[in-house]
Design a protein around this ligand. Sequence first.
Ligand code: C2E
Ligand code: MG
Ligand code: MG
Ligand code: MG
Length: 279
Amino acid sequence: KAKGAGRKRFHIYEAAFKYDHVENFIHELELSHAIEKEELYVQYQLIYHPVRETVIGAEALLRWNCESRGTVQPNSFIPVAEETGLIVDIGYWVIRRACQDWHLLKKDYGSEFKVSVNISRVQLNEKDFVQQILRILKEEHVAPGAVELEITESTTMHSMQDVQQTLSQLRANGFTIALDDFGTGYSSLSMLTLLPIDKLKIDRSFIADGNVPLISAMLAMASALHLQVIAEGIETYEQYIMLKEMACWGIQGYFINKPADLALLPKQSEIFVNGVGKI
Ligand code: C2E
Ligand code: MG
Ligand code: MG
Ligand code: MG
């Protein structure tokens, strides 16, 4: 009897496994046509300087409007795109779109405004990544100084030397580099001095936990290393005031705006009037 039940469980497991496999395959197939079918789009989340009270940038966040499953969030399709290598073309598509949108965004937020783009480890590993990105910026008439590249800590785990070299080249060409989701990876703190970066983005889990001693320690450390800090995931007025008082360089989060289509972004003057954060 026990044996029978075991076998039944096995069959269920096996079926579920196969189903998963087919699902993934379909997912990949659909994703491979997403660019040509114009199913990808970008939403923006503003980056705000709480001391100057001005918008200083916006992060491009990728979305996929899939025919069979509706809007798919990046956390579920970017891993698939990375495994299959599709992220390379998708990544170039995002960079081009962000450049095109920068021309419109700077009209509202000023010419100091930077657009931030997330870059995957797989993209950085491309031999001609620096050349390709420079070509796209040239075609779109955007200077590298207007673009910030966000890399995650896990990116930097693999082949440190190659990453170091690519980032140095990018910086030499005028791009700024931000280390995303800081504090959540497995890297050592010494990487902060080894990697050619300009900014740290404190992961939103530290903000959500309200870990004030840790946040102020991260700010002090960043300042000693001459790195600017952006705090992610600011959702409340209390969090906003806390980071403003700590003179955090930039903040980002639902308190300022939820990621939105370009046309729906709040203007500089609307942020604390129509936005979530009425002060
Ligand atoms: P990320 O770069 O750390 O982006 C911040 C994520 O936090 C975004 O999720 C954003 O919507 C969310 N977020 C912002 N403010 C708040 C807040 O106040 N509260 C909460 N709970 N969440 C907030 P999203 O858009 O789902 O993106 C998830 C991740 O997907 C990004 O994390 C980034 O790593 C990746 N990603 C997005 N677009 C791209 C892309 O074009 N290329 C690559 N390679 N990765 C991307
Ligand atoms: Mg990011
Ligand atoms: Mg992040
Ligand atoms: Mg993240």
